[in-house]
Write a protein that binds this ligand. Structure first.
Ligand code: 5RP
Length: 218
């Protein structure tokens, strides 16, 4: 089974967590694209979706799934999104697709976070995947110097502008022993919008795509 087939297996399994007549939180990325395609089969059962990126919004609308502005929505029962890395504690690194800030906002509103990924994303410790940090453009160099003080090696993601008009620094070689603390410490740097550590709000359910099928971890 290819990595993409494993992603698709996990994405299809996530449909079982979607309740009728609710607004579904939808993440971003290649795994989520499979989920959006599968969600189309339930579009008449759900109220609609809140999206975490322009890319996902476009795909949802192309499939005639109504997309709501988060400000007009009181409740999201389930948020479905991928991850770049996830541990057994359900802490994640996200933001490989540069959508981390909107993803974190929708995840904060949702009652439950269902993470869908292929088995390669499960790791014993976070940090091999460089940690994305969304930064206000004028603060880029200052934030990079502060990230070096925290022990990381920030690399400017050239040519990428987020949906919020900001830039991304990918931080290599961080020792992520305490993900909650590091998440807070990086977010405290002036000029940082947010970082891709999802530790304070981790996943509630993990659906792993494996060659043997989808494995659900709660
Ligand atoms: C986007 C993300 C994605 O969830 C993450 O990068 C995983 O992507 P994929 O499903 O393509 O492997 O955080 O900002």
């Amino acid at each position: 089974m290819t990595q993409d087939e494993m992603k698709k297996t996990a994405a299809i399994k996530a449909l079982e967590f979607i309740e009728d007549d609710t607004i579904v939180g939808v993440g971003t990325g290649s795994t989520v694209n499979h989920f959006i395609d599968a969600l189309a089969s339930k579009k008449n059962d759900i109220t609609g979706a809140v999206s975490s990126s322009e890319e996902s919004t476009k795909r949802l609308k192309a499939l005639d799934i109504e997309v709501f502005d988060l400000n007009g929505v009181n409740e999201i029962s389930v948020y479905v999104d991928g991850a770049d890395e996830i541990t057994e504690h359900m802490h994640m690194i996200k933001g490989g697709g540069a959508a981390l800030t909107r993803e974190k906002i929708v995840a904060a509103v949702a009652k439950s976070f269902v993470c869908i990924c292929d088995e390669s994303k499960q790791v014993p410790m976070l940090g091999k995947f460089p940690l994305p940090v969304e930064v206000i453009p004028m603060a880029r160099s200052y934030v990079a110097r502060e990230l070096v003080k925290l022990g990381g090696d920030p690399v400017y993601r050239q040519g990428v502008v987020t949906d919020n008009g900001n830039v991304i620094l990918d931080v290599h070689n961080l020792d992520i022993i305490d993900p909650k603390r590091l998440e807070s410490d990086i977010n405290a740097i002036v000029g940082v919008v947010t970082n891709g550590l999802f530790a304070h709000r981790g996943a509630d359910v993990l659906i792993l795509g494996t060659p043997e099928g989808a494995k659900v971890v709660k």
